[in-house]
Design a protein around this ligand. Structure first.
Ligand code: FE2
Ligand code: FE2
Length: 151
């Protein structure tokens, strides 16, 4: 049975792959623009659905407050870095500096979630919640992706 952890990890793997690909791109190329767009959408869709179907249920418990706040603050930081990249000339060397910072922060955030928050939340969520949240997250994630693709 798919748990919320399996569902979240699927997108994490995509994020890691896209972040690594992004820093390998050069100049204002079509490839750079395309990978950036894919990563931006993946990050945004994942963060929204993860906040709704993982962190909000955790925040209902006192023991889940601090870890959720920390994760949400990091989502916000990632958003700001994406915004900075959008405001920076893609052909400039600065763009790659920010892209590397984004990739580093993506890796840091996912590692912290997978190695720390998943374990902590495992003691807070019930077994029933761990499976029930997976399809809810996945449905919202798919909707978010669709909405972003239509923009
Ligand atoms: Fe995540
Ligand atoms: Fe996250």
């Amino acid at each position: 049975m798919t748990t919320i952890y399996d569902a979240l990890r699927d997108s994490h793997d995509v994020q890691r792959k896209l972040a690594d690909e992004l820093v390998q791109t050069q100049g204002a190329s079509e490839q750079r623009a395309e990978i950036f767009k894919q990563l931006k959408h993946e990050l945004a869709a994942h963060a929204t659905a993860e906040e709704r179907y993982f962190y909000i249920p955790l925040m209902m418990h006192d023991a889940g407050i601090d870890l959720s706040r920390h994760a949400l603050a990091e989502h916000h930081e990632l958003d700001e870095l994406v915004e900075t990249l959008e405001e920076t000339e893609m052909s400039s060397p600065t763009w790659l500096v920010y892209a590397k910072k984004l990739a580093d922060e993506v890796h840091h955030h996912l590692k912290e979630e997978e190695h720390k928050f998943f374990q902590m939340s495992g003691k807070i969520l019930t077994e029933q919640q761990k499976t029930a949240l997976a399809p809810q997250y996945l449905e919202d994630f798919a909707q978010q992706k669709q909405r972003l693709a239509a923009e």
